[in-house]
Design a binder for this molecule. Structure first.
Ligand SMILES: [Zn+2]
Length: 425
């Protein structure tokens, strides 16, 4: 007798299978499982996928849109300055409440693992206190990984370095940085050497806000690749954003990409935010600011889509739906071949899980029993529809359900209901 049986779903690779769950683990995956279960979910014709993973978010700032006022210029820099005001007036309780509300949204949409940067700039570290509390509160349904993020600079902010170390001592598990925001290119490079050494000494992963600018000469990713190798951190480092690569000289990029590949660095572009914040100083033509996604993938560099922001000083929209993120990324990176579209779905599930080092993830025997049933026929259809999550299962428990969103039609001679799935070919 299993605890839960998900019957007849279509897996992202196209196989049709039953999934049996015992306790918190997947006990069996097979075309037909005859055994009984305490609860059965009929997923016939629906997509059954591993949960969505967001490798780049800011949970301390989320759902604060309009506080203390909206970002008038729409730029990254005004957002940073607004957040600088907000983090001084927001209480721990407010930040916890906002983050928990966001986690409810995430859970309802099957987003069950989030890597969130946490601002370590202010001496009070209320952001860190709040996010550690949230990590504990959501641990049964969301794997929350926290990055110590010196938003105002490791060296540029007073006590920037000390406070980052304090946050790591408090239990934050990834080392962050922002080299393009330090005072000089040289200080940016020095910060990367320092941060990689801190991570190597403590056995931690690294995730850097790297070159989030339209300046083609912002080349900190080159230094990050060098420091990753020097400190033996291959496979444990991610470069987030990398928007300057959009504007870089092509000859230079032809040297840079192999260096990134060699260092085993992963890339995390954030398409909703990059398309909104970058190119703000341009007239026309106006740059898109998205990094070179397909070009990196062609060299075997892992690239995952991140969400970055929802309703905060940098972004006035957002839903916690990683399919929105992948949908935007697919358009801006022009990933429209069927294989590329399917890859965009994999990027917000398996690739992101690998980039943040999630353990026991995926639809396989013995893995954590976390999965999502979508009202779609397959991954590409899911991207197109961004449909209802019919059931979300976290570590063996059904934590959310959403009804199908079929429309009832009253048109003579036409079907009585429809669901907008793509016609089968
Ligand atoms: Zn960010």
């Amino acid at each position: 007798m299993f605890d839960l049986l998900v019957k007849g779903g279509t897996l992202p690779d196209g196989r049709v299978a039953d999934i049996a769950i015992a306790g918190e683990r997947i006990a069996e995956i097979a075309p037909k499982i005859a055994a009984e279960a305490r609860e059965v979910i009929d997923a016939t014709g629906d997509l059954v996928a591993p949960p969505f993973v967001d490798p780049h978010f800011h949970l301390d700032a989320t759902l604060s849109y309009g506080l203390p006022r909206v970002n008038g210029s729409g730029t990254l820099l005004e957002g940073i300055s607004l957040w600088g005001e907000l983090r001084e007036i927001a209480t721990v309780d407010e930040m916890v409440a906002r983050a928990l509300q966001y986690c409810d949204w995430a859970a309802s949409l099957g987003l069950l693992a989030i890597r969130s940067h946490v601002d370590t700039t202010p001496d009070h570290l209320n952001t860190v206190t709040a996010m550690l509390e949230v990590r504990e509160k959501v641990k049964d349904y969301i794997d929350l990984q926290l990055v110590a993020f010196p938003q105002d600079g490791l060296y540029r902010a007073p006590n920037g370095r000390e406070n980052l170390i304090r946050a790591l001592d408090m239990g934050v598990e990834v080392v962050g940085g922002i080299p393009h925001f330090e005072r000089t290119m040289a200080e940016g490079a020095a910060s990367l050497a320092d941060l990689c050494e801190i991570a190597a000494t403590r056995g931690l992963r690294v995730d850097i806000h790297c070159d989030e600018t339209d300046d083609p000469m912002s080349r900190h990713i080159e230094t990050l690749a060098y420091e990753t190798q020097r400190c033996g951190l291959q496979g444990r480092v991610a470069g987030s954003h990398l928007t300057s690569m959009h504007s870089m000289d092509n000859y230079y990029v032809s040297k840079l990409l192999p260096l990134i590949a060699e260092a085993g660095i992963a890339a995390i572009p954030n398409p909703l935010i990059n398309i909104v914040l970058q190119g703000r100083h341009d007239t026309f033509p106006k740059r898109r600011g998205l990094t070179r996604v397909k070009e990196m993938q062609a060299l075997g560099i892992p690239v995952g889509w991140g969400q970055d922001c929802v309703l905060d000083p940098w972004y006035s929209l957002g839903t916690a739906d990683m399919l929105d993120v992948a949908f935007m990324g697919m358009h801006v990176a022009q990933m429209t071949h069927p294989e590329e579209m399917a890859r965009c779905f994999t990027m917000v599930t398996e690739t992101n899980a690998a980039i943040i080092g999630l353990e026991d993830y995926g639809l396989k025997k013995g893995a954590k029993a976390s999965l999502v049933v979508l009202d779609a026929a397959g991954p590409v259809d899911a991207l197109r529809l961004r449909p209802a999550r019919l059931a979300v299962i976290a570590k063996g428990k059904v934590i959310a359900r959403t009804p199908r969103a079929d429309a009832a039609l009253s048109l003579p001679g036409r079907p009585a209901s429809l669901n907008r799935r793509a016609p089968r070919r």
